[in-house]
Design a protein around this ligand. Structure first.
Ligand code: G1P
Length: 288
């Protein structure tokens, strides 16, 4: 049973400077909830009971966000603002959130390595904060946990991207012909040059891995961008364990990309009863 998840949240957020100089990118709001809360909720809705957030020194606001704020709660209660009280009390209910600091930012692989003691001997999920999904029938990571239960080995969540965008992703090399959603892989390559991209099947920020990965992360040398890459350790692990890709069903937003981020705000805004009509009118007016 997969019960633990890791959410790396230690990066600098350089794509969103200057705001990320003072505000962790994970707290950029989709209107009134930060992006990371959607990721945490995806894990909760998928049956995860324990989440390890990998943070860094300037990310204390994330820890505060998931903590109770007793002073604010007392004030809201004294003013009889029960709805607002409920909103802040309900954040991340039903899950234990644990934290560890990555003391130096050496790459995603190095961030995940910080989870070794927390994970122990069970398979676990990884959710990257830049990739937000609105799953089709099930949350993205739940789909992958179900895929894991079929193959009992590592599964990488994948999306199909245009060839011109392959240089931004870890790209999968299928073993045989791709049939169906689950595909055994013979390789993965992190951020290939577009002309070298072996396929359009890109790692979409969701993983279910066995703890074997830690053995490979421990001595993983630097790769693309001079960083210790998770993808490179997964490739080496393929000598020992099978790795599959699973095509995630649903809509993905790359909230590290400004236009995708705005799209997420619009789509989620159009779901909010208190603003959806006015927002729709605004969109119609702007698109004339
Ligand atoms: C990371 C991974 C990459 C994956 C991507 C998905 O890259 O290293 O394999 O495809 O997330 O968003 P990053 O976007 O952090 O550079």
């Amino acid at each position: 049973m997969i019960k633990k998840a890791v959410i790396p949240a230690a990066g600098y957020g350089t794509r969103f400077l200057p705001i990320t100089k003072a505000l962790p990118k994970e707290l950029l709001p989709i209107i009134d909830h930060p992006t990371i809360e959607y990721i945490v909720n995806e894990a909760i809705e998928s049956g995860i009971t324990d989440i390890l957030l990998i943070v860094s020194s300037n990310k204390n606001a994330i820890i505060d966000y998931f903590d109770y704020n007793l002073e604010l709660e007392t004030i809201l209660l004294s003013k009889n603002k029960l709805e607002e009280y409920g909103i802040i009390r309900n954040i991340a209910q039903g899950v234990n959130i644990h934290y560890i600091r990555q003391r130096e930012q050496l790459g995603l692989g190095h961030a995940v390595l910080q989870a070794e003691a927390f994970i122990g001997n069970d398979p676990f999920a990884i959710l990257l904060g830049d990739d937000m999904y609105v799953g089709k029938d099930k949350p993205a990571i739940r789909q992958m946990m179900d895929a894991y239960n079929e193959v009992h080995t590592n599964v990488l969540g994948t999306i199909e991207v245009d060839y011109k965008d392959t240089y931004k992703y870890g790209i999968c090399i299928p073993k045989g012909k791709k049939e169906g959603k689950l595909t055994e892989l013979k390789g993965v390559v992190e951020k290939p040059k577009v002309e070298d991209a072996p396929s359009r099947s890109a790692i979409g920020g969701r993983y279910v891995l066995t703890p074997t990965i830690f053995k490979y992360l421990k001595n993983q040398t630097r790769g693309a961008g001079n960083e210790i890459q998770l993808t490179d350790a997964i490739l080496r692990m393929m000598d020992e364990e099978k790795v599959y890709s699973y095509d995630i069903e649903g809509k993905r937003y790359d909230v590290g990309n400004k236009v995708d981020y705005i799209e997420a705000i619009l789509d989620f805004g159009l779901q909010k009863p208190e603003i959806k009509e006015e927002l729709q009118k605004l969109i119609n007016k702007k698109s004339k």
